[in-house]
Design a protein around this ligand. Sequence first.
Ligand SMILES: *Cc1c(COP(=O)(O)O)cnc(C)c1O
Length: 469
Amino acid sequence: MNDLAEQVRRIPSVDRVLGLPDVAVLVARHGRAFTTQQLRVLLGEIRARMTAAGAQAQPAPDDHAIVALLADRLERAARPNVRRVFNLTGTVLHTNLGRAPLPPEVVAAEAAALRDATNLEYDLASGKRGDRTDHVRGWLQRLTGAEAATVVNNNAAAVLLLLASLARRREVLVSRGELIEIGGAFRMPEIMASASCKLVEVGTTNRTHLADFEAAIGPRTALIMKVHPSNYAITGFTKSVPDAELAALAHRHGLPFAVDLGSGALVDLARYGLPAEPTPMAALAAGADLVTFSGDKLLGGPQAGIVVGRADLVQKLDRNPLKRALRLDKGRLAALEALLRLYADPDRLAERLPALRLLTRPEAAIAAVGARLLPPLAQALAGRATVTLEACMSQVGSGSLPVDRLPSQCLALRPERAGGAALNRLAAAFRALPIPVLGRLEAGALKLDLRCLEDEAAFLGQLPALASP
Ligand SMILES: *Cc1c(COP(=O)(O)O)cnc(C)c1O
């Protein structure tokens, strides 16, 4: 008689495990269908593992072990896929980590809009059908001084809609130095192609002159476009044409001039001690007819693409059937409205808007967080890693202010055991915490930049979980 076959036969049936008293608790918590399905997969895996091991196979696990494995599996599967994390990477507006954290007023407005029916496309005054974009238009006009405004799903969508509405099957002039790619496959030449525009590259990578634009204008030209070089800087022997000169040239030829700002701050960041970032207001003042920017970069709000500028051009965008495919849902519209309201009071913005609060957090305050966290963290890692408080540099992220760095403080963790494997294990242990902690690996250390750590209690509360292997 084959020993292995005998062992495999001893693996209990699905029905038998489901009948065990301990499993009733799991069924109550996770539902019969899901528990049964996960149990089937588990028993199948046990069978496959034993069969693959052949003569070396361990005996079949007993009921108790199977219930424990099932409970563990269900618990892991029940955890949401989208989860809160601690962003200690030092990149404040991290695209992979969801960019701007939102203020409580904004979250509350979004939740309220999602929970109940809303006047999303209903004009309460007239009792007639309304336009969803109207809920934020007025705020965008007031805050930027623009004649008109509209919003879509994100800034990539805003650029696509602009191109498709103003320059379909015609030529768009862009400086060669601005043919950008932004992480996540936003490439200006490809967006142009998707909008059926013909891209006309003007000038050279490092230098573009007004005369280059002038020479490129032809009967098929529809638009002159300026793209803010978000995530890089060209330095050295460079020349680009100022917005005002490009606008004047475009207008002399009866063409619109559009600026894709990318980040676009609605306040002058220099006022908060940050490096200056171009604003939509400045672009409009320089003569831009349309300006596009993101909702979740320096604006500090929900994902959105914002277009401000000339009323006749915004109307063309609003009337394009593509707009319907790129529109915002009620939750994000409510969130964006609540966010824009905060901008009505710029004096309190740095405390109320998390993105700005984190970007302007003084280094001394960050160091104080480090001084409080260092002893308990060193204790939790005793024998595994040393912990020191060190100076480091944060960055804004999302392609905003690409060259500037913000002085910050980090806890640098260095494994006792030398080598990359120990460091990777340490980083993995922090990622495996209930609220995963994400730092950056640098020069043999796991560095936790504390600029974005505000919830110290939650961070400390999960340190005991580090101890378990
Ligand atoms: C970030 C960026 C975009 C894309 O914006 P999303 O909101 O991420 O879609 C487009 N253009 C520029 C210049 C940018 O910086």
